[in-house]
Design a protein around this ligand. Sequence first.
Ligand code: HEM
Length: 372
Amino acid sequence: MVIGMTAFSQEVIQAVLTHMNDDHNDDCLLIARAFGYPDATEAKMVGLDTNSGTWRVVNPAGEHQLRVEWPCGVISERAEIRREIVALYEEACKKTGTAPRGSETASSENPHAGGYSAPHGHHGGGNHGGAHHGHPGKKQPAPLPDDAPFSAVVRHRSWGFHSDSEGASFMADIMRGQAPLQDYIDLVAQHYYMYAALEEVTTLLAQEDATRPFISEELLRMSALEADLEHLIGDDWREKIAPVPAVTEYTNRIRKCGAEGYLPGIVAHHYTRYLGDLSGGQMIARRMRKQHGFEHAGVEFYEFNSIPDLDAFKNEYRANLDALGETLDAAGHERFLDEVRMAYEFNTAVFNDLAAVKAEAVTRATRRHATL
Ligand code: HEM
């Protein structure tokens, strides 16, 4: 058995998502309202795996990610996806007091009469489910008020890309505790290259008043990464790690922002990584501590011991983003947002590269085994 592989191909997932969003958008909304966002105004299905479905939900407070576990537990067959979505829909009807469509949803014979069969996809191929990869005729997220602070705009308009990153199977498997320790080690090694570039260019932020506040000693991660890698791999870790192609492209981009003196661009990369480490990163660390028994060494990267209150720090960070936003015009805002989205896409690409390297290693091992 291969541990940590997702049971569904990208093509199947994409086909289900397209079908749900094109043909069952109202039902997505009903599920969102039933499972945590009673005031949802929009819901788009953005991911699924063997444990759960994921929706990007918009309500008056902004965009949210909603993950709902399949009612029957872990699934592995394509046909079970439909069954579980129907079950979720029926549960949502019960919770919201909505009359179910009856035979329409129950009928597996007639998948085009309102049911949830995954169409045999011509929709596959793309690996994005983000809010900004628009589809003609699809509603866009509800606009933020005109006076929304820049930090809220950034979060709101990049959240779909966050969902893509978080939902990449390599990452999702780690979070579900379904990945071997080696996956985590491989990820830490890629972080080493990312932060080497990021912390190198961060010093440039001292050049301007609006970007200087982002320089924070407490955030620096390189020594924690070195300690983690030594713990996870051994003294010779430097000879044993290598960048995947996407991390090389990512770090080239970060260094390019530095070389061009595009300071807001450096902040965009800084924001995407560090605010993530202070948020979802903490969940990853908890999962790794639980699964692999790390106490300190191995997850030092996620420990921000000189920040006593992470939420207060994040709020201060957002206030700095708001202040930076004040110094940029509309085009500057858009350019910043593009850089954030690009940063998310690079992170997703790193996960995908790591998954590919892993798949290749499994294939090689299987071939070796077969020739013995
Ligand atoms: C297992 C993977 C992940 C999980 C579970 C996760 C979860 C979360 C959660 C719950 C928040 C909201 C925290 C809050 O409101 O304070 C958040 C925020 C954030 N995450 Fe993630 N995340 C994951 C992966 C990533 C990745 C790969 C990146 C990019 C490198 C990232 C970047 C961010 C950023 C920048 C924020 C702050 C958004 C803002 O408030 O402006 N996350 N994450």
